[in-house]
Design a protein around this ligand. Structure first.
Ligand code: FAD
Length: 452
């Protein structure tokens, strides 16, 4: 066992922990980062599969994500545009397939009008919500008592419009059914992206990708931190007092003045704190839970859908695969599709054996793009929920009433213990941008506390 002395120890080498460590180092502090996995990047992860670059976790960046943009500029990393040209495909609940262009789903005039009214109402309320403190909204308590599902149906009688608008936050972002989280939580999600309209507009929210992939951002940070990043070192025990901390990894222990716990909130209780955390944190951390989504990749010899004038973008709010996009990596001649299977549909898929699951998912994609989709060269299903050091995807959110009740305390440090992750962010919440913003903010708070 190696024992090190540092100003700050960081638990978790995801984008938040690594950004914090990088900023602390720039401010003249000594750091050590202890990471449980044998790689950096956390929920961002890339693999080469038969020559195709597959981003298993986070990958897209949108124009408002200026925290991440400024970091990659500093690191000399560039972006490329996602393939967007061509028409989209919509699959209605009754299985009707429609090829369409423009932003509105092909759901009939009155439902389009109703969807636009609901989107406008979400946009109006979003302007009143501070993403860093949604619990301060004058109606926060009321909005946190009602599920997003019921809130939508209280203001609209159009079931298709409610389902489709709900999808942008439920299946699309929090990856939980809309009846399990509140209208306030939905408003935090839209405030974190600037507006609800930004979430609806896939060309905005899924605008660009990173040359070298999103995990490459963490790899670049880790390179700069060099020998101060320790892989295969899960921290399961943390001794702390006002004087400092000792974080115990597998073969490295670090004594430090402060610690940043840069792991998702659902994993805070994986660490044994000595003495225990205060009651408030014990309770708070039990109300933040991960969503569940399967990100599935299918790689084909060519992007055949483009030849048919299709962009590869498909939506089916009631389908097994609710969203599909062209996910061909920069410069590759093969064609890659990515699909998302969220919450209860993911439960249903995981209830099948592997062969039946693959068949059902490919049939789902073929329902949008035709039988050519049935036979990919590579098929890969990401399963972050099965991973010990994540346990879900994309990120955590509160249960009904939890955001108003516990949110105000989520970013408070406990003596020398600070928390940082995309899950605690305002702007960029649940995204790499939020992880970076939180990393910077937490580093600045620690520098201010240490330097007085
Ligand atoms: P993480 O990335 O989870 O990093 C936490 C790190 O802590 C991990 O490396 C973990 O191994 C480590 N750890 C955990 N417990 C311990 C312990 N006890 N000791 C030591 N180490 C520990 N975001 C986007 O911006 N765009 C997207 O397109 C996008 N798509 C996504 C798709 C998927 C499938 C997933 C899963 C996520 C996606 N996200 C996306 C979200 C984004 O990846 C996360 O918000 C971001 O990675 C969070 O960074 P973080 O540093 O807060 O946490």
């Amino acid at each position: 066992m190696t024992t090190l002395d540092r100003d700050v120890v960081i638990i978790g080498a995801g984008p938040s922990g690594l950004t914090a460590a990088y900023e602390l180092r720039k401010a003249g502090k000594t750091v050590a980062v202890l990471e449980a996995r044998d790689r950096v990047g956390g929920r961002t992860w890339t693999q080469d599969m038969d020559g195709a670059t597959i981003e298993i976790g986070g990958q897209w960046i949108s124009p408002d994500q200026t925290g991440l943009y400024s970091l990659i500029e500093e690191l000399g990393i560039e972006t490329f545009e996602r393939h967007k040209e061509g028409a989209s495909v919509y699959l209605a609940e009754d299985g009707t397939r429609t090829v369409y262009s423009g932003e509105d789903f092909p759901v009939g005039e009155s439902t389009v009008a109703e969807m636009n009214r609901l989107i406008a109402e979400m946009d109006r309320l979003t302007t009143e919500v501070n993403p860093d403190a949604p619990w301060e909204h004058p109606q926060a308590e009321e909005l946190d008592k009602i599920s997003f599902h019921h809130w939508l149906r209280n203001i609209s009688g159009d079931e298709v419009a409610c389902n489709n608008v709900g999808l942008f936050i439920a299946g699309g972002m929090l990856t939980k059914p809309a009846h399990t989280f509140s209208a306030l939580q939905a408003l935090l999600m839209s405030a974190s992206a600037g507006s609800f309209s930004n979430l609806v507009d896939e060309d905005f929210i899924l605008d660009r990708r990173i040359v070298g992939t999103m995990q490459g951002v963490s790899i670049a940070l880790a390179e700069r931190l060099g020998e101060d990043v320790f892989l295969n070192n899960p921290v399961l025990k943390l001794d702390w007092s006002d004087a400092g901390v000792t974080a115990h990894g597998a073969d490295v222990s670090v004594n430090a003045k402060k610690v940043i716990v840069a792991v998702p909130p659902n994993l805070y209780s994986r660490i044994s704190y000595n003495p225990p955390l205060p009651r408030r944190q014990h309770v708070t951390h039990q109300h933040q839970s991960m969503g569940l989504v399967i990100k599935v990749h299918a790689v084909y010899e060519t992007p055949f859908w483009r030849e048919e004038g299709l962009s590869g973008t498909c939506f089916g709010p009631s389908a097994i695969v609710q969203e599909v996009y062209d996910n061909t990596y920069h410069g590759e001649s093969t064609g890659t599709l990515v699909g998302f299977i969220s919450d209860t549909q993911a439960d249903a898929m995981f209830a099948l054996d592997e062969a039946a699951r693959k068949e059902a998912i490919l049939k789902g994609i073929a329902g949008f793009l035709g039988d050519k989709a049935l036979d990919p060269e590579v098929f890969y299903l990401s399963d972050f929920a099965a991973e010990e050091w994540t346990r879900g995807a994309y990120a955590t959110s509160y249960d009904l009433g939890g955001l108003f009740r516990f949110g105000p305390d989520q970013n408070k440090n406990v003596g020398p213990i600070y928390f940082s992750s995309s899950d605690l962010a305002g702007e960029g919440y649940q995204h790499v941008d939020g992880a970076v913003r939180m990393g910077r903010r937490t580093a600045a708070r620690i520098v201010a506390a240490v330097d007085g």
